[in-house]
Design a protein around this ligand. Structure first.
Ligand code: ADP
Ligand code: CIR
Length: 357
């Protein structure tokens, strides 16, 4: 009873503040009073998650781009009236009637080196997220869930062979210095993300969190950060085909031993609705000084090719020394291959444009 009335008060105060704010989040754009009133007392059947659990990150961070997370898989259907329009907007046209297509990695060999002369692209990275079947998302996980997933993954990592062979480092065994170095080198997730913290995704930190790195530092896996798994391939230069091929090999090797959560309508399930479907984000770190001198032009080009521009240290960071992180924006409603192709086509256009300026 008391918990319920506290949540109701926090929700209505938070909602009023959001409405009065200048937030550009998708949450503010779509959470009308009517939808808010319809959802404010609902809970998910298995975990009892509330609207507050979904939107507290967006209510506490008005600079959110999206502003909502699914505390558990059922939240996507119980709170569909707010998730659906946000998903449709973010993933550019995936309506409440659409279904995500089956997995299709496509023809890896048709993806090329996007910058053979090495003039613009510093490095290329492709990642995907995976949730492990039988476990809820962060806000509903117990300390034991974190430990169990980590223990299972440590066994999986031991079986990785050839190019993928490497070592797992739990966060609990890393000192600050080592952690900061790995973050600076773009391998490790940043610490204390306030969007995730507000969403209750950082409980029991650093328990169960860690990073697997292969010997060449080209294949890695994050354990229990935003999603149970983030499987990542990266290397210097613009060889997108090679980076993608390596990620697929890693995903397949892990999948031989772990069952991933997949949903009829949304494909692979993730904590943040922006990652649903393929969960794939293919990015380059790129220097395009002429184009990026004109912020509006850069944004309109990104929009035209369905790309997203981030700063040098990832989401919610600024560009340093003119380095931008440009990636495919949508991940849901298209195949893995189409997501990669969309990114490739856009980056090729951006390089063409920069060269002509
Ligand atoms: P994600 O959505 O994959 O979690 P973030 O925006 O949080 O991505 O970035 C995670 C890390 O990956 C950051 O350090 C970021 O700089 C790095 N990163 C992203 N793209 C590239 C790239 N193409 N080359 C090198 N590092 C990259
Ligand atoms: C936000 O809303 O800004 C954070 N909760 C992060 C959302 C993920 N962003 C994205 O574009 N993939």
């Amino acid at each position: 009873k008391c918990r319920q009335s506290c949540i109701t008060k926090a929700l209505s105060d938070g909602y009023d503040a959001l409405v009065a704010s200048d937030s550009k989040s998708l949450l503010k754009k779509y959470l009308t009073k009517e939808i808010f009133d319809e959802l404010k007392e609902k809970t998910t059947p298995t975990f009892g998650s509330t609207l507050w659990d979904c939107i507290q990150s967006g209510l506490m961070n008005f600079d959110s781009g999206v502003g909502i997370y699914a505390p558990d898989p059922e939240a996507y259907s119980v709170f569909a009236r707010i998730f659906d329009p946000i998903i449709e907007d973010y993933h550019i046209g995936f309506t409440s009637k659409d279904k995500h297509p089956p997995l299709d990695w496509g023809n890896v060999n048709s993806l090329s080196n996007l910058d053979p002369s090495n003039k613009f692209i510093i490095s290329t990275r492709v990642r995907c997220g995976r949730s492990i079947e039988g476990y809820p998302f962060n806000p509903c996980m117990t300390e034991n869930h974190y430990k169990e997933i980590e223990e299972k993954m440590m066994k999986v990592f031991e079986c990785l062979k050839g190019e993928l062979k490497g070592t797992y480092k739990p966060l609990t065994t890393m000192d600050k210095c080592e952690q900061e170095k790995l973050i600076d080198e773009h391998y490790l997730f940043k610490e204390g993300d306030r969007f995730l913290k507000a969403a209750k995704a950082c409980r029991f930190w650093p328990t169960g969190r860690g990073i697997f790195l292969n010997e060449n530092r080209t294949f890695l896996t994050w354990v229990n950060e935003e999603d149970h798994l983030r499987i990542i391939s990266m290397e210097p230069g613009g060889n997108l085909g090679n980076v993608y091929r390596r990620m697929i090999e890693g995903v397949n090797a892990i999948e031989q031993q772990m069952k991933f959560s997949r949903n009829e309508r949304f494909g692979f399930l993730t904590f943040c609705p922006s990652n649903l479907g393929t969960t794939v984000r293919a990015s380059v770190h790129i220097k395009v000084p002429k184009l990026s001198a004109d912020k509006n032009k850069m944004e309109s080009v990104a929009q035209k090719y369905h790309l997203q521009v981030r700063g040098t240290r990832g989401e919610h960071t600024e560009s340093e020394e003119g380095v931008y992180d440009i990636s495919n924006k949508r991940r849901l409603g298209l195949t893995e291959y189409q997501a990669l192709k969309e990114m490739q086509d856009g980056i090729i256009e951006i390089i063409k444009l920069e060269s002509s300026m």
